[in-house]
Ligand binder design. Structure first.
Ligand SMILES: O=C(CO)[C@H](O)[C@H](O)COP(=O)(O)O
Ligand SMILES: [Fe+2]
Length: 228
């Protein structure tokens, strides 16, 4: 597998300069913009919503935006993110009253749909919905904050989901989110992930030579993936 995608989480960007930061990280080679939505209810933190997603589109960001909804209830915000220009909309199954309906709402709006699993959320939520998924996102930290350490048990869970995706024969991305670093990305890729969210590891590693570039950390991620 060589179709690896790197998705910097703008949670760790400078929010006062969000448009420029997003441009800079994409110019440095990022593939996807990971957009963390927290509601101070499902998770104990409060971040950004659809207006900010739309502002990034209006600013000229054309790359895929991966809206990771850590909100409860889910369904009303799905419509808002579709309107705001999200490309992927993912949600936590235990935060939705009707998982199948939420997935269908996302796809009916022309977006790609994904389910997100916290470290202790069982994988049985995948049963009966594989045909409605474009992405499975495994959290490798408990959701709510950037800058936490990767939980090693995620590796076994990744292997299990990789088997399920391959057995399904479907085109479903396997994303991992939380504590992804240059030092552990190869091991995470070997366990089956193909899409890597990295927040603090990217935005704390601005190039010394140019404050608008993240080239060296992006190159280090690519090199680690090439040598996995
Ligand atoms: O969903 C998230 C937290 O709930 C973030 O995407 C995640 O924590 C990324 O940050 P870092 O790479 O610093 O761990
Ligand atoms: Fe996230």
């Amino acid at each position: 597998m060589s179709d690896f995608k790197i998705a910097p989480s703008i949670l760790s960007a400078d929010f006062a300069r969000l448009g420029q930061e997003t441009e800079d990280v994409l110019a440095s080679g990022a593939d996807i913009v990971h957009f963390d939505v927290m509601d101070n209810h499902y998770v104990p933190n409060l971040t950004i919503g659809p207006m900010v997603c739309k502002a990034l589109r209006d600013h000229g960001i054309t790359a895929p935006i991966d809206a990771h909804l850590m909100v409860k209830p889910v369904d009303r915000l799905i419509g808002d993110f579709i309107e705001a220009g999200a490309s992927y909309v993912t949600f936590h199954p235990e935060a939705s009253e009707h998982i199948d309906r939420s997935l269908q709402l996302i796809r009916d709006g022309g977006c790609k749909a994904g389910l997100v699993f916290n470290p202790a959320t069982p994988l049985h939520y995948l049963d009966y919905v594989m045909d409605k998924l474009d992405m499975v996102l495994l959290m490798s930290v408990n959701p709510g904050f950037g800058g936490q350490s990767f939980i090693p048990g995620t590796l076994d869970k990744l292997r299990e989901v990789r088997q399920r995706i391959d057995a399904s024969g479907r085109d479903i991305r396997l994303e991992v989110d939380g504590g992804v670093k240059v030092e552990n990305i190869a091991e995470i890729a070997r366990a089956g992930a193909d899409t890597f969210v990295a927040g603090s590891a990217v935005f704390k590693a601005r190039d010394e030579a140019d404050p608008h570039r993240y080239d060296s950390v992006m190159r280090a991620f690519r090199d680690a993936l090439a040598q996995r």
